[in-house]
Design a protein around this ligand. Structure first.
Ligand code: SF4
Length: 330
């Protein structure tokens, strides 16, 4: 079948699927302390609908699937969905982004089901500061979850994602850099993006990848860049002595839209062709109103032809996305 290509000639190879808008954390850069109004159960795509959509996308050449949330592990029986997706021909990369608190209980079942990569969000290794940013005193559970994931050699690489916020993260950098050196974790710093539900984001809160790299190099000497695949969001580096890998995801200071191969599907079945889309495409209705797989594929092609060239975060008049991060899934 013809691959999925957008109006700028970029071939779509990756889909991020949110399986729930709910989360058991209340990270300050994402969600209000009181949480958000959650979607009703009937508004959320079923496992069967997600599997059908994933199979249609796989046939269009989209072989990379990342499961996101909210917090995906709060969705009941998630290993069953992983097993369904891992069995789809053409899906060659199945991963998940999690806050890690449920990993001690679920890592084994996820690996058995076919999960092969995992990203764990971790913004601080200090208990007090962790609780300050996540609004949950759960650092030990997250670290225990990472340790549990480590027990499964099939689950590699193990990535740790830290959202970088000016005035907070500078203090976290040394410990997180050290974590990358002493543990088999790839630690990545992600620039803070205007996707917080409190709508408090401002450019001066962005601690850039370049600034963090300078902090690490002041301590450890020059980092060595590792080649990354063209559509990768991260710039990858290793320490000069070979111990550990660090990554920088710089959507604000070094946008990577020109090689973007990603689309997203929200928990309530809306296709977003860009993280910052202000327009959505109702895939849920396309899946539920009796259309054939070929008709759904045509709908996806039409939507992707309208994919945005890039985000406009750094431009005057930038208008925020119509949803916050937890309602998109990152
Ligand atoms: S901002 Fe949009 S176009 Fe740019 S990399 Fe992200 S999803 Fe792709």
């Amino acid at each position: 079948m013809e691959p999925l290509v957008d109006g700028w000639g970029r071939r779509i190879g990756s889909v991020r699927i949110s399986v729930t808008d709910k989360c058991n954390f209340r990270c300050t850069y994402c969600m209000p302390a009181e949480g958000l109004e959650w979607l009703r159960r009937d508004e959320i795509l079923t496992f069967e609908e997600i599997a059908r959509l994933t199979a249609i996308l796989a046939a269009l050449g989209v072989g990379e699937v990342r499961l996101t949330g909210g917090e995906p592990l709060v969705r009941r029986d998630l290993p069953d969905l992983v097993r369904m997706l891992a069995a789809i021909p053409g899906i060659d990369d199945l991963s998940l982004t999690t806050n890690g608190i449920l990993l001690t209980r679920l890592a084994g079942a996820l690996v058995d089901a076919g999960l092969r990569r995992i990203n764990v969000s971790l913004d601080s290794l200090d208990h007090v500061r962790f609780a300050e940013i996540a609004r949950r005193d759960a650092l030990d559970q997250v670290l225990a979850g990472l340790a549990e994931a480590e027990r499964y050699p099939e689950l590699r690489p193990l990535k740790v994602n830290c959202v970088a916020i000016k005035g907070f993260t500078e203090q976290e950098v040394p410990a997180l850099a050290e974590l990358a050196r002493r543990k088999p974790y790839v630690v990545r710093f992600i620039e803070f993006m205007p996707l917080d539900a409190d709508r408090a984001w401002s450019a001066d809160q962005v601690l850039t990848g370049g600034e963090i790299r300078a902090l690490i190099e002041a301590e450890h000497g020059p980092l060595v860049e590792i080649p990354a695949k063209p559509s990768s969001t991260a710039r990858r580096f290793r320490f000069a002595d070979g111990h550990g890998e660090i990554g920088f995801i710089n959507p604000v200071s070094e946008p990577f839209c020109s090689s973007c191969d990603r689309i997203r599907v929200t928990a309530d079945g809306q296709l977003r062709t860009c993280l910052f889309s202000r327009r959505e495409w109702d895939v849920k209705t396309a899946l539920r109103d009796g259309r054939t797989d070929a008709e759904v594929a045509d709908f996806l092609r039409f939507a992707v032809r309208h994919k945005e060239l890039k985000h406009r975060v750094n431009e005057p008049g930038f208008v925020r996305a119509s949803r916050s991060m937890s309602q998109i899934g990152g």
